[in-house]
Write a protein that binds this ligand. Structure first.
Ligand SMILES: *[C@@H]1O[C@H](CO)[C@@H](O)[C@H](O)[C@H]1NC(C)=O
Ligand SMILES: *[C@@H]1O[C@H](CO)[C@@H](O)[C@H](O)[C@H]1NC(C)=O
Length: 240
């Protein structure tokens, strides 16, 4: 019993000390090089996952359901897995001095997504419908993120920072490969026409369908970021 308590105390001590001190390296708010490095390291930890804080790894990123309700096209993706967020690099990071907003760009070399789909509607000029397995392989993607931040008091009396919302602007920079199996119940000529159109017009097609997917994916990563922010106070990582 005593050994158990000693172990527990030791574990708690380690958890408290090691984790909260090293979650986000401290920086002065006007030291951009330090902030770039600190946020880069923190985001690597978030993507890798921090089991002690209930943060699951984001690469691969699993998303149970994504729903795209576009005016001319309805789609659902089930049990999707996205690979590649660990290779995205952050640039143009700007945190406002008052900690009220943050802007950054995620530069992703490649994202691979697979899962189950249901689709029905028009893909710009072509009718499209079907359900089955899908694979999507993107090229380079630029994801601009703008968020408001909020400071709230934590249970220990110290303040906590949280990301309140996010606005995304996603731009595909190089070709995307679409592979949707069993379109039109397996009618090959119709399916081939849709694939030829989608792969040939990847830029236009991506801009039509991408937002619900990125909102779900980035939303999940931001939720994990908030779990990390809850575990440490800006009193610890913002130096005067
Ligand atoms: C999409 O539309 C369906 C049917 O109109 C609705 O049930 C669903 O809640 C909508 N989903 C989203 C994410 O807006
Ligand atoms: C998604 O996966 C879960 C768990 O394996 C399964 O129960 C569910 O039926 C799957 N969804 C679809 C649409 O297949």
């Amino acid at each position: 019993m005593i050994r158990k308590i000693v172990f527990l105390l030791f574990a708690l001590y380690c958890f408290d000390g090691v984790l909260s001190n090293s979650l986000i390296a401290p920086c002065k708010i006007d030291d951009q090089a330090c902030i770039d490095k600190s946020v880069g390291e923190a985001s690597t930890k978030i993507i890798q996952g921090i089991p002690e804080l209930g943060i699951e790894p984001s690469d691969p990123l699993f998303i149970e359901k994504i729903e795209g309700n576009l005016s001319i096209l309805k789609y659902k993706f089930f049990n999707s897995t996205i690979i590649g967020y660990k290779d995205c690099h952050i640039s143009d990071l700007k945190v406002s001095k008052e900690l009220t907003s943050v802007h950054y760009v995620l530069n992703c070399p490649q994202l691979k997504m697979s899962g189950l789909y249901e689709i029905d509607g028009r893909l710009i000029i072509l009718p499209v419908e079907g359900k089955g397995d899908f694979d999507l392989i993107t090229g380079k993607y630029k994801i601009e993120v703008d968020s408001d931040l909020k400071l709230t008091p934590g249970s220990d009396g110290k303040s906590r920072l949280a990301i309140k919302n996010y606005k995304l602007k996603c731009t595909p920079l190089t070709a995307i490969h679409f592979d949707f199996r069993n379109l039109f119940n397996g009618q090959k000529d119709l399916s081939d026409a849709v694939h030829k159109f989608a792969n040939g017009n990847w830029d236009e097609v991506a801009k039509l369908v991408q937002d619900p997917v990125f909102n779900a994916a980035i939303g999940k990563i931001i939720k994990n970021t908030n779990k990390m922010l809850k575990a440490t106070s800006p009193d610890e990582f913002v130096l005067n």
